[in-house]
Structures are given as C-alpha cells and as structure tokens.
Design a protein around this ligand. Sequence first.
Ligand SMILES: [Cu+2]
Length: 739
Amino acid sequence: MRFSTISALLCAVGVLAAPSTSQEANGLTISEDGKCGGSTGQTCLNSYLGDCCSKAGTCGEGAFFCGLGCQKQFGGCLPTYKGKLVSQNGMCGHDITCKGSKFVMTVSANSTTSAPLTTAPVATGGSASLSTSSGKYTNTTSSALTTSSAAPTWAFNNWGGITSGHPVATNTTACSVKPTSTATCVRCEGQPGTDKYCGLTINDDSYAVVPKTCNQVEFSLDLTECVVAPDGISRKALCVNGQFPGPLLEASWGDEVIIHVTNSMTRNGTSIHWHGIRQNYTNEMDGVVGLTQCALAPGQSMTYKWTAESYGFSWYHSHLTLQAYEGLFGPMYIHGPKSAEYDVDAGHLIINDWSHIPVDDMYNDAQVAGVRTMDTGLINGMNINPVAKEGTPAGQRYTVPTEFVPGKKYLFQLLNSAIQSTFKFYIDGHKFTVIAADFVPIEPYETTVLSINIGQRYEIIVEADQEVGDYFLRFDNQNACATTTNSDDIRGIIHYAGSPGVTPNSTAHTYPRKDNGVGGILGTCEDEPLASLVPILKKTVSSPHQTVQHDVAVSNSNGINLYRWYLDGTTFQSNWGDATLYSIINNDTIPTYSGDLAISTSLGEWVYVIIESPVPLGHPIHLHGHDFYVLAAGYGNYGSGTALNLDNPPRRDVAFMPGDGPTGQGGHLVIAFFTDNPGVWLMHCHIGWHVAMGFALQFIEGQEQIRETVTDTCLVNDVCATWRPWAQEKGIYVDDSGV
Ligand SMILES: [Cu+2]
C-alpha cells in the first residue's frame, strides 16, 4: 500500500481469547457448523462486545463482520476455507479454519501455502508470538502463570517487532498506605478569602495554589455492556451507569473528587482516565492501563481519588483499547472562575462520531485497508438517523433545553470525543466568544466558526442577539482527515423563547471549505489559530534542558502486513498485567517492552518535544500529567527556521499536529512542558485507531521520586493481582498498543 492511501489509515484493537475446547464457555454457545453467529445467535467466546460474529452466519463477512480479535481467536481464518475444513466446533483456528473470513484477504500471501494456526495463542499463560515471516501465531513457551503470588514468566510477544520475553515485575517490597491526616480540615485556611474559591481568582496560578474547599464529591460509575440507539438504530455498546454518554461528574476547583469505578462488563478489563486532570502527585489515579495501573478485571471495583486542581470542562473515558469509543466516556465539569461574564449556563455540547457497527468490528478492515467511514455524528448522544428507511426509527436532534432570551448571554462547554473526526462548530446566524481552551482560561476572542479536534474542549459564550426564531447549531465533520456519511447533517437546535418552536430552516455559516474537485466537500482539519489562544495566566517558557524529537512514520512492512505507527522506528506497547508504575513501585525498574518509547526525564527541567511526519495526516497530540505549551505548529518539517513562541504561548492538553491529505502535506508540532510532576505519563495521538496502532510513548518523570508520591501502593498491587489470574484464565492477549 502506498503512502497516498495512508491518510485514511485507521486502526483499532482486539482482545484475543484462547479458544476453549468446550462448546459451552462463559455461558455462550458455540456454533456447531463452523458459522459463528447465525440464526441461532451463537456467539464467539470473549469477543469484545460479546457477539462479534456475522449476522450472515459467517465469521467476518457482511455488514456485521467480526472484529479481528474474534477472528484471531478463531485462528486467523486463513484463506483455506474453499474446499477445506471448517471447524466442527465453531472454533476455527486450531487446525481448521472458518468459512469466508474477512481475514482471508489480510494476512497476505505469506500464509497461503502454510497450514493454518496450529496452536492457540496464550492458552495457559504461556506466550504466543506472531511470526514475522509467516504471519501466524505459534506458542513459544508454556510456562504457566499460576497465581499472582508466583513469579510468573509472562512473556508478551506482541506484534510490532517485539521478539523476546519480558520478565514481569513481582512484589519485592511490602505495599503501604499512607496514613490520612487526622487534623480537621479548615476551609480556606491561610487563603485570601472565604468565598467559593477562598479568594483565589482566574489570575492565580492554579498550578501552584488551589482553594482549600475541604469539600469531597463522590460518584459511582458502573461499566456495563449495553444496547443503545442514539440515532434510532440500535447496536451493542458499552455504557456508564446504563447511560450513553455516561453521567456528568461535577465538582468545584479545589474539591477532592472520589469516584468508585466498578467493572460490570463480562469480557473486558478496563480503567477510567480523567482527561486533562494533572494528577499532581497522584500518578496512580491517572487510569492508563499498562502505565499507571493494570487492567481492572470484571467484577472488580477501584476507587480513584484526586484533587480538582484545574477547572473547566473535560471528560472521563476508558483508557483501554477502543472502549471509550464504544461508549465508555462521559462529561466532567469542574466549576471555576471564567474570563468573561455570562447570564445562563446552557450546558455542554459533546460531539462524537458514530458507526452503526461497533468500532471494534471495524478493526480488521481499518487496520489493513485504511478508510473507515463513520455513519454520523452525535451531539450529546443524539441525532436523527441519516439512513432512515421506512419503518426505521429516525432518532432525534439534540435541543438545547434553555430557550434563548434576547440580550442574554449563554455559556456552553464543547468537547470532541470522536474516534477519528475533526469538526467545525457554529450556530447559524450567531457569533460567539471563546473563553477557555481545555482547562486553560484564555483572553476572550470572538469568532463564528470554531475548529475542535479530538480530546479538545472549549468554553464559549453566545449572546442571543438575533431575531426570535429557531436556529441550528452544527458540527460539520471535516472529511479531509476522516469521512462521515452524514458529515453536514450533524445538528442540534436552539429555540428562542417565543419562537415557533419548529425545526429550523436557518442558513449555515459559510467558511472556506476545500473540495475534491468533483463536488465532494473535504473541508480542513486544523486547530484554532494559535495566536487566538492566549492564556489569562501568563507563563513563559525557558530554554530546554532536554529535547525529544520524534519522527512519526506508519508502516505495514512488519511481516504482519498490518499498519502500525512508529516513533523513531518503535511502535508502542503496553502490558495490561504489568503496569509501568507497578514495576517502579516494586522493582524500581521500567518495563522494557516499549522499546525506547519510555523516556526518562529529571524533575525541574524544561522538555521540548518535536513531533513531525511526512505523512499527510494530522494528529491531535495529548499529554497526560501536564498542560503543555504549544511553541509551534505548521505544515512541512520542523527546521532551524521554525519560530518558537516562548512568550505565553497557548497552553492546553491536546494540540493538533497539522497534516493535510488533499494537498499531501505533512507537518510538525513543537510542545514544551516543565517537569514538576513525578509520574508515568502517556503522550499519544488521540485518534483512537492511531493510539491503538502504537502512536504513543511514556515519559518517566522523576523516577526516583515516583514511589513516594503514591498514597496507596497496595491499591496498585491489588489491581494487578486480580487482573493476572483473570487474564490467564481467559487467555487474554493484547494485540495492539493496549492503550
Ligand atoms: Cu494520529
């Protein structure tokens, strides 16, 4: 495949489970005719959502084909089905293959002359490797992972060039829980005032001081498999407290936030990450599987506890594979000062792209063939059905519950929680004022159309200054970087008080939109102009102590013919059963399976990170543990002539590395952060497919100090200790980056 097709390259993730020899496992019936799925509704074992198999009755064909995880469970479904054997027990892959698998087309000529998979991957806690020459799995060891108290050799030989085993960390140090203070918390003690924020304002440095509210807010989140129909078409999904998106978590600047997360899913490990929360000295609460915790096993609960040192709007989401994009996410709002006045908080507007089959089921094709076209976009989990047919429910547009009253000003919080899509937001006929970018209040600026990339948030104030009427608000998908069938019909509705209250016929704003020359609108994937994003709290950036440069590449020349993203030649790999923080706590070592994608930094230093790529595709880059400074971004390579803005540059936690498919331009992004937060912090592209395909790295910040910052090392150990035997029993195998 040539680079010209890469702009559409997408990927996903699979969870691979070892086949069982039983026809009954996990309460699911296995097909007897080699056709997983089918009219009797038999399902695969341990598939991502429980029934990844084709409704047409074959593994991997039709509109509801399997995810790759399932297919691999069934043995890779090699191209030997014609005239060859199909499994008697429905579990193709031991020594026979299933019919007509999609995977047939993807494993390449490497496998056509070889016998199919001979041994199931990781059946008993041994390791499995995908041979880079044959494209097939073989077991390499059978050393059993018995219990978490043993010292297992749990070698994860994932694809991506990892060839040797990695000894899993074991407990060599007794775990400990820091005693909690018994002193009574005195509200606003030693602080300049006694108001809601103890006299602290938008001009105070929230990285250095937070209101001592003595307030705790507590939530419980229950993660489940579910069926949702956000646009009238039902499909399997993952839900938080039975909702999609999950419930709003609200706190105020300075509060202690306590969230009890329960994994009630049956086949998935999980975690919850609190996007943008700095987790200052609370690294173990960052919720990144393989970095700050092991996967939380089904049936287990874990309590996250952190202080809301930042304020503004954000979201929480699973940080294990593609779960966030199946529905494991929700909004999070930390109240704090604003940089402009408003009358009414009109609530949030969450935009995400949406497909009528689970993204996990799109994994196979996305990974090998590029372009995925999503079906639509949802605003706060709602939209009308773009492919409504007779008898098909049509869904519903989101309507802002607050009616506009002329002369009043309305605050909105915006979030892009898409897997692949970049949007432009606007309200027909209206302009608005932007007052915050991510968790950073900015000098207010006015615009009519706002670019919002994945993971980014903006707070805006809209004045009701138009004729009383009904107006669309819109998130136009920018097809230049990722396509959506319904790209121009992702709309919500605003009614003015006294308006007819009907479906609007308002006119869309016009803005420059590239087309493809044959009538197709491509638009532009970009960030807001950097010059517009001026933080209220001014900070300057010093010369770097350390510069990290990463050339980003994508390749399928890895013997498996599946695309992976590479940073300087290495694709990222985490291990759900051996988190980096666990290794540091117990062995003071950093796992080596990430190759050179674990970068150590000392404390008290400025680190510059340069990310550049010739591939004409943009990437929203997110860093955990910090708001970073955006020093430069542009098309083409970074060079000595690239001007760096060190004087109060934009500060946020997601920034877009430009890239443009239509014009074939790659780009660069230069960010900086100050190492003041000991911990293990992920930096990654927030395109779901890309991070799953290895576009990630971890910073090990102040390694010597990390252990002493962890309040409860027993918690870290316990989560790993419960995950390992569960994963062993189920034969869970990570076949992508894991994050
Ligand atoms: Cu990317």
